[in-house]
Ligand binder design. Structure first.
Ligand code: ADP
Length: 611
């Protein structure tokens, strides 16, 4: 139903109600007024007839009364009945005198009963004698002329009154109907004036929706509607501009995305691929349509899927490396996106690092080869130097000092070559995922045993503060030993004599945290971040003399990271004004340590911290 028709229907409904209600009310009022008039009239006429009877000379015969009634009734246009006490009708203007004997007893007629009881009675009912609806009024009569006491009754037909009323009703409803039709037609006509501007406004809005904004050719005939049209037009132009701006931006973004060398994928809320750029097709080399698939279905990589799921659940940015066919490696950044308040998505950026990897591998291979090649001549140099030291030519001080320097430098180089080889090995091969749980206390004790000799030289105590129960961690025992040994060697090397070095451990949730703490000079803040870089030494001159290579902490960081942990340094030791405390954590071994490796031997000279 159109707006106009709905408006008209509502208007007509109101109009009908507005006219019909007063009509009904007026009809009722008319009826009441008409009946009221008739009642008043019959009452007056009854009083008049009663008075006339009283004034009349006596009636010799009852038939005279009947004749008088007939004549009076003719003149008044009513029916006059005289009912003697007991209910016998003795005169009736509308029944011949000789037929009166056949009439019913009238003593129980409602108006007669009311007249006897209250002095006056009135009722409207159907006359059994005349078979018409009559309005009756009756009064008791007593001692008039020579008449027997009884009831005088007047009746007048109601139908004439009804007919008159019906006539008036017809006129009333005809007037109301005509008024209704005229008002409805006028409303229909006027509504067309309202519909036209609405249709024009709708046309304008529809044009805006289609992106074709056009102004109004002529006024809508109402200033407020014209203002609305102008606002709509202005709005349309603004939308048009915004759309154009958005289109430009979209095209620009699409161009950038399409010309990017990096692959980009946008995941929808449900983790399926929403869109991707052309570079992804080159990466995947698969023409299958990707929209609607999960990353796992396209790249067959569980780690990548887990990273996406993690970010979709509200996790932070993730970074995953995936290998694809053709020896290609991609560094994938999985970034959370908050698109709207409720909708979040995930952006995957695939950066090709195959070349970087290749260069790193070449560098690693080169370092490994060089280190390997250097080992043999270094062993020979060390061997000859040691031999020379024991030969007679080393008895003179000068040549002896030369040979000692050669031996010291050769030892330093050997250490460096060994450290380099360890680092290269760690970099080139991923650490085997330890499927056995290791009691970390055994690794601490093994490292302490190795470093004991060095500690004794500087009269240092290696204090161990470990729990009495095993510390099961997921790690390779040798690697753990190497970390502890490097940290303890550093602590011994860089601390002053006769100070203790304390190694401790404690469990924190699903991790075990280890600390190696000394009371040496510590490390200044500006060096603390950099000491984990390879070849970084705080004091190069002095530390070369002490045999430092600058690789120990780099190796430690590598191992700890590969075990899923983290290493850090605090200097000075918290709560003191000196020393350095190296801390690192690794994950606890999951489940029961069924294949656990543990030893219960405390190395000789090891001082257990009181529990
Ligand atoms: P290296 O000890 O072989 O030189 P590292 O990588 O183990 O190499 O250490 C890097 C640098 O960190 C060291 O040269 C030293 O200056 C500093 N350092 C490491 N441990 C300590 C320590 N416990 N106290 C003071 N300085 C330290």
């Amino acid at each position: 139903m159109s707006f106009r028709m709905r408006l008209l229907a509502a208007f007509w409904a109101v109009l009908v109600l507005a006219l019909a209600l007063p009509g009904f009310f007026f009809q009722k009022e008319l009826r009441q007024a008409a009946f009221g008039d008739s009642k008043e009239r019959i009452q007056k006429e009854l009083a008049f007839v009663h008075w006339s009877l009283q004034e009349h000379a006596s009636f010799p015969w009852l038939s005279d009364l009947d004749t008088w009634c007939t004549q009076a009734a003719d003149r008044l246009g009513v029916r006059i009945t005289y009912i003697a006490q007991g209910g016998k009708v003795v005169a009736d203007s509308h029944v011949p005198y000789d037929k009166l004997g056949f009439l019913d007893n009238h003593w129980s007629r409602p108006e007669v009963v009311a007249a006897r009881a209250h002095g006056f009675g009135i009722s409207v009912r159907r006359s059994a004698t005349l078979r018409r609806d009559l309005l009756y009024a009756a009064v008791p009569v007593d001692h008039i002329a020579n008449l027997p006491p009884g009831v005088l009754r007047l009746a007048m037909p109601v139908s004439s009154l009804r007919e008159r009323l019906d006539e008036q009703y017809k006129v009333l409803w005809a007037i109301l109907g005509l008024g209704l039709i005229a008002a409805a037609a006028l409303a229909y006509f006027l509504s067309s004036f309202l519909e036209r501007p609405i249709a024009q406004l709708a046309d304008l809005a529809e044009g805006i929706g289609r992106g074709q904004v056009h102004g109004l050719r002529r006024s809508l005939g109402d200033p407020s509607l014209d203002a609305l049209a102008r606002t709509l037009e202005h709005l349309g132009r603004r939308i048009e501009q915004q759309m154009k701006h958005l289109e430009d931006q979209k095209t620009r973004l699409e161009t950038i995305l399409e010309s990017m060398h990096d692959g980009v994928i946008l995941l929808a809320d449900d983790g399926t691929i929403e869109t991707c750029n052309r570079a992804i097709h080159d990466i995947q080399k698969d023409p299958r349509p990707r929209a609607g698939l999960k990353p796992l279905e396209v790249f067959l990589n569980r780690e990548l899927q887990q990273a996406c799921d993690h970010v979709l659940k509200g996790g932070a940015h993730q970074r995953v490396q995936i290998s694809m066919e053709g020896d290609r490696t991609y560094d994938v950044h999985v970034v959370p996106l908050q698109r709207t308040e409720k909708s979040r998505g995930v952006l995957l950026v695939f950066h090709d690092i195959s070349e970087l990897k290749r260069v790193a591998r070449i560098r690693r291979d080169f370092v490994a080869n060089v280190s390997h090649e250097l080992r043999t001549p270094l062993t020979a140099i060390k061997g000859y130097a040691e031999t020379l030291l024991e030969s007679p030519c080393a008895e003179q001080e000068e040549p002896r000092s030369f040979v000692e320097t050669i031996l010291r430098k050769a030892n330093h180089m050997t250490r460096m070559v060994n450290d380099l080889l360890t680092l290269t090995r760690l970099e080139s091969r991923p650490l085997p995922v330890p499927d056995t749980a290791v009691d970390a206390r055994t690794a601490v004790r093994a490292a302490v045993e190795t470093c004991q000799q060095e500690a004794l030289k500087k009269e240092m105590d290696l204090v161990v503060d470990l729990p009495n129960t095993p510390l099961w961690v997921s790690a390779d025992r040798d690697h753990l030993v190497q970390v502890f040994q490097n940290l303890m060697e550093n602590a011994i090397r860089y601390s002053i004599e006769k100070t203790p070095i304390c190694t401790s451990a404690r469990e924190e949730g699903d991790r075990v945290v280890f600390y190696v703490e000394d009371q040496g000079p510590g490390i200044r803040p500006e060096h603390q971040q950099r000491i984990f870089e390879r070849f970084y030494r705080v004091d190069k001159q002095r530390e070369t003399a002490t045999g430092s290579t600058g690789l120990g902490l780099a190796i430690c960081r590598h191992i700890v990271q590969k075990l899923g942990g983290k290493i850090w340094v605090e200097s000075p030791v918290p709560g003191t004004d000196r020393g350095a405390r190296f801390g690192f954590f690794v994950k606890k071994a999951p489940g029961s340590p069924a294949t656990a490796v543990s030893d219960h031997n405390t190395p000789h000279g090891l001082k257990e911290h009181p529990a």
